[in-house]
Design a protein around this ligand. Structure first.
Ligand SMILES: [Mg+2]
Length: 173
């Protein structure tokens, strides 16, 4: 059950304390795309995302979008934001995490994943042993597979809450 608990929990990607991450040795940020950076129905980055990514680049973070969505969906983000992307990531499986670790040569302690799902982003990140940050989903709309995941997520949240490990809306860092 502890593998579903995020290390930190913020309201949104704009609330994350990136300076703190930097000071704690984080060098690479894996961002989930859908409902973390943009709602599932937005097909390219908006100005707010552009500004955030620019700021993070200035802080010298390596930014990678790690998404279970296909390459086609990620392409406009990769091109416009000039960042790397890992499509079809099959989170929470370890394969793509391992591929990224190998390709970019970061230590586990230097990477964080930021996403909106306990079942994919947080569970996947915790399994591999990197820092995990949960944010609330941007919109109530989900892809079909995600809405199935959400039911399990609700079940897990109830369990975590019973053990005082996590409560929706109770942010911590
Ligand atoms: Mg997501």
């Amino acid at each position: 059950m502890d593998l579903f608990r995020p290390d930190k929990y913020y309201k949104s990607i704009y609330d994350v304390n990136y300076i703190d991450l930097k000071n704690n040795g984080i060098k690479c940020i894996l961002f989930d795309l859908d409902n973390t950076l943009v709602p599932p129905n937005e097909n390219k980055p908006n100005k707010k995302i552009h500004d955030l990514i620019d700021n993070l680049k200035e802080l010298d973070f390596k930014i990678i979008i790690m998404s279970n969505s296909p390459k086609k969906r990620l392409a406009p983000f990769k091109d416009e934001l000039v960042i790397d992307c890992s499509a079809f990531s099959l989170k929470p499986l370890k394969k793509k995490f391992n591929k990224i670790l190998k390709e970019y040569k970061f230590d586990l302690s230097q990477i964080v994943i930021i996403g909106d799902q306990l079942l994919t982003d947080v569970f996947g990140g915790n399994r591999i042993g990197i820092m995990t940050i949960l944010v609330n989903p941007i919109s109530k709309k989900d892809f079909k597979i995600t809405s199935i995941n959400r039911r399990f997520e609700h079940f897990i949240e109830t369990k975590l809450e019973k053990r005082n490990l996590f409560k929706r809306g109770k942010y911590y860092e």
